[in-house]
Design a protein around this ligand. Sequence first.
Ligand code: RIB
Ligand code: CA
Length: 313
Amino acid sequence: MPQPRKIIIDTDPGQDDAVAILLALGSPELEIVGISAVAGNVPLKLTEKNARKICELAGRPEIKVYAGAIRPLVRQLVTAEEVHGQTGLNGPQLPEPAMKLQDQYAVDFIVETLMREESGTITLCPLGPLTNIALALIREPRIAPRIKEIVLMGGGYFEGGNVTPAAEFNIYVDPHAADIVFRSGTPIVMMPLDVTHKALTTTQRTQAFRKLGTKVGIATADMLEFFERYDEGKYGTDGGPLHDPCVIAYLIKPELFKGRHCNVSIETASELTMGMTVVDWWGVTKREKNAMVMRDIDHDGFFALLVERLGRL
Ligand code: RIB
Ligand code: CA
């Protein structure tokens, strides 16, 4: 077996973030060097705690969790308790974490890791607003060419937005951070709503987690049954889109996804389209192609991978 791929998960748990973290923990192809929490779905004091709760749920209290940015670079924080609940992890009753939060600031952890580890060996996996990643790039610009790849959940184009008609939540919350990341020159793989909206947690799929009969399986089903109700009401679907695990699934089985290398530019001026990811899918501009934008997913294969890997925890 080849050496596991070293990743840093940057996250705002969030039930879908939680499933992404569990998928990574259940996959020997990946080595989680650390988890950095960011303000997003809920405030930072909850996202960092939720990240620790998930590590303990998986029986992995040794995973290092760091707290990062408490708010976006410029704009005020916008949260999403209406989707994720007041704790950000409504659904299961998970105990307060016993594992400690790391003292080091997450942005310093990201910079230090990238400057220490061999260039091109660390993959960043942002699952929330890109504030920590942008701060790291500003703090130490030399990290940009040292990052192997940034595989992120964010944005939307053909699907529009989920917070405004134009913008997806992660990008909308901190569009200035997203602009910095998409201009960094680092290779980016983008999992927008165009692909995550094709990964729906149907009743049958949620039951498959519950049928695992394990602590992790039952907690995952409880999380999904809470998380999906908002999007079911909004879109009238059976189930809700399981956004963030698409990032981790790509690292394990990239063949599950199809997309196109395009230019992606971020709206940071107009309030009407603030945070819009303008994807030049048809190549009508001369703007540099800076991201592999995913649009299709083998959703049956995706959920089969999730159940199999979470079943190992
Ligand atoms: O728009 C979906 C994204 O916003 C997901 O990452 C979800 O967890 C929230 O952060
Ligand atoms: Ca998230």
